[in-house]
Design a protein. Sequence first.
Length: 229
Amino acid sequence: MRKISALFVFITMVMTSTFAFAAKNCPANLIPMYEGVTKNEAMLKADENFLSATNRIAEEKKWTSNQLMEHLVAKGWESFNDKQDPITAMKRFNQAWLMYPNNSGVYHGMAIMSLVIKGSNQYPHCPYSLSRAEILFEKALAKEAPKPGVYADFGKLLFLQKRFEKAIDVLLTAVEMDPNIPPAYMHLGGSYAILEKYDDACKWLRKAAEWKNIVPPNVVEEVCQKAKL
């Protein structure tokens, strides 16, 4: 039986922060892709108004369709990263999905927001789960030109689910696409370590350690002592 190393314990403790929001039921605009929602007349009118207003702004700014798409996705990440507001972020990603259902970024955003909101435990009636998040990640990867961050975040989810072989495949793609994603190196190293492939684990953890505070030096030392390097 494989032992769970200090590395795995460390990584599982580094979880995304959660935020406190109160609600008794799940609002429709917090459900990814509004799945299962039968929209009433007012909701359909709100969608129509949003689409019209957004197109009008794009025309005024002379944005291309791609520029508008990137703007809408960026608004979602801005709400989450800058304002620490995953609730508004989920709403923004759903709005972006209305206009661009084939965009990888909207599914990536919805996957992350569903996990963060689920972790807050303040919306128990919302249909958030690890399996649903995985479906959203798979959708993101199936769309055109998924970004490296999609692979890195999906790899983290797989790691935390202890699905290490698949995590490695996904994370290797992330670092091949972008060598500047330190958490991907950490999760790669952790996956290899738990699979007792210590040479590979040591290599990736040393790369992760090149970034400050990504992985403790004693953890790298613990794994590399078991390697042949």
